[in-house]
Design a binder for this molecule. Structure first.
Ligand code: HEM
Length: 476
């Protein structure tokens, strides 16, 4: 008899738990219809950013997708986004939203990394602050010159995407990781492995078994081995990468290669496509005047002039860079609700249960006419920044709208630690290309001069061009 009572009590408790858990995860903003089990995974994977736009048009600023069995609520209301980025950790948290990806992709164990995550970010920020930028930029220019001298073809018809990728990869990796790393393992081999790693990044972050992603696994183990060999040989001594590890002595030495791989991905994956877009837009016939104005801002075009223009955060070159980053910004930045939440929407508030994954879409917000105006999707470095005046007057307008690049670098305490370095790096490379080369975009099949479409299916990182971009380069 007693056993019966215990059994019934257990059953009732289990039912209550299941129903409660079900009710809790079902609460919250409208769920976009999808397939059983897969939810909206295929719709997002097949269409990407246009699917997010369609959801927002049909369901409003806050809606919930189900991705591989898990609900994730997208918040596109500027006030909700400002609240997400500024909320304390006990309300909206970073670690549980990203730790499984960090572990899965880079092989960084969660404990040693996330227990002192902010310390690691601050260590990196310190190494990339304004006082170090000048020497980083000098190094970048020197490595770009060296790279161009070593490559056979400096002019003629090129694919601008590959040309810029190879130029920045060689120069920026040598600047951040030291001059010995690439030659020791073969620059072309490292770049090829990095490119395979990067192309498969999003798939590898998903639940697709890594046994099906053999090229990704091969590339990752090549890169990890290269980082380990170079770390043991002291190649990273006195470099940004080496000092980042040295300034975090509590990190186990065994995960140094994984940390270095993470830094390599973070520093290359966004800056390379952003530089392509910034430079390529200046080559379009409709931007000829802008092109000339930027060249004039470089004065004589020697290294000091290039660096001075790149360091001028209010100058035209900085606006060109920020506009490229804004227009091709990442598709998703994720967090998790650490408690039951009420987030503002245009008519009131949305309830979000504790444990709900939250996502902000910089790309959706930056290209939305209701936020950035009717010219949201045009490249216009001189555009007025929405809400900037309101924010300056302290009216409570979202702080993320102050900068020209919007929320492309994230915001709040976890914002990109490489932002200043990235903006200056992109500016230096664009200025260097403008002073070294005369470039002309080649007409596409239909005779028009246009840029490739951006890849909109991926949601992580700045958008890469979908196809090659032919240009004729001639040394000035
Ligand atoms: C156009 C260039 C770049 C863009 C758009 C960009 C964007 C971002 C974004 C959106 C995040 C996540 C922020 C958040 O969750 O709020 C991030 C994180 C990060 N970025 Fe960047 N980034 C760029 C360049 C760089 C560069 C050049 C470096 C290093 C030199 C870098 C290092 C990092 C690191 C280490 C993290 C991870 C921080 C963490 O563990 O929380 N980034 N970046």
């Amino acid at each position: 008899m007693e056993a019966w009572i215990i059994l019934v009590a257990l059953l009732a408790a289990t039912m209550a738990y299941v129903l409660h858990a079900h009710r809790r995860t079902d609460l919250g903003p409208l769920r976009v219809p999808g397939l059983p089990l897969l939810g909206n995974t295929l719709q997002l994977g097949a269409s990407g950013a246009p699917f997010i736009r369609q959801c927002r048009q049909e369901h409003g600023d806050t809606f919930t997708l189900k991705l591989i069995g898990r609900p994730i609520t997208l918040c596109c209301n500027p006030k909700a986004v400002a609240a997400i980025y500024s909320a304390p950790e006990d309300m909206i948290t970073f670690r549980p939203a990203v730790e499984q990806f960090t572990q899965r992709i880079f092989g960084i164990p969660s404990g040693p990394f996330f227990d002192r995550h902010l310390d690691i970010l601050n260590a990196l920020r310190m190494l990339l602050t304004a006082q170090h930028l000048r020497s980083h930029q000098q190094a970048l220019i020197q490595h770009m010159r060296q790279h161009l001298q070593q490559t056979e073809r400096q002019h003629g018809k090129v694919d601008l995407v590959s040309f810029i990728t190879s130029l920045i990869f060689n120069a920026a990796v040598s600047t951040l990781f030291g001059a010995s790393f690439l030659p020791r393992h073969g620059a072309d081999k490292v770049m090829a492995a990095f490119s395979t790693f990067e192309k498969n990044f999003e798939l590898a972050a998903s639940l697709v078994p890594h046994s099906l992603l053999r090229a990704f696994c091969r590339a990752r183990s090549f890169l990890l081995k290269a980082f380990k060999v170079s770390y043991d040989q002291g190649d990273f001594r006195d470099t940004v990468a080496g000092n980042m590890i040295a300034n975090c002595p509590w990190l186990p030495a065994s995960i140094a290669p994984n940390m270095l791989l993470a830094l390599q991905w973070a520093s290359q994956a966004n800056s390379v496509p952003a530089t392509f877009w910034a430079y390529a837009h200046l080559l379009l016939p409709q931007h000829m005047e802008l092109h000339e104005a930027v060249r004039e801002s470089l004065k004589g075009g020697d290294d000091d002039d290039i660096i001075a223009a790149a360091m001028d955060s209010r100058g035209l070159l900085a606006k060109v860079v920020a506009e490229a980053v804004r227009l091709y910004s990442p598709g998703m930045d994720v967090r998790m609700a650490a408690c039951d939440l009420q987030l503002p929407n245009s008519t009131g508030t949305d309830f979000l249960p504790k444990g709900r994954m939250l996502a902000v879409s910089p790309y959706e917000m930056h290209t939305a006419p209701d936020i950035y105006g009717p010219t949201a999707t045009l490249f216009d470095p001189l555009r007025a920044i929405p809400h900037a005046d309101d924010a300056a007057k302290g009216s409570g307008a979202p702080a993320w709208s102050w900068g020209h690049a919007g929320i492309a670098f994230g915001a709040g305490q976890f914002r990109c630690p490489g932002r200043q370095f990235a903006e200056a790096e992109i500016a230096v490379v664009v200025a260097f290309l403008l002073t070294c080369f005369k470039a002309q975009l080649q007409p596409s099949g239909d005779g028009r001069i246009q840029l490739p479409e951006p890849e909109l299916r991926r949601q992580i990182g700045v958008r890469w061009p979908r196809t090659a971009c032919r240009a004729a380069l001639c040394v000035r």
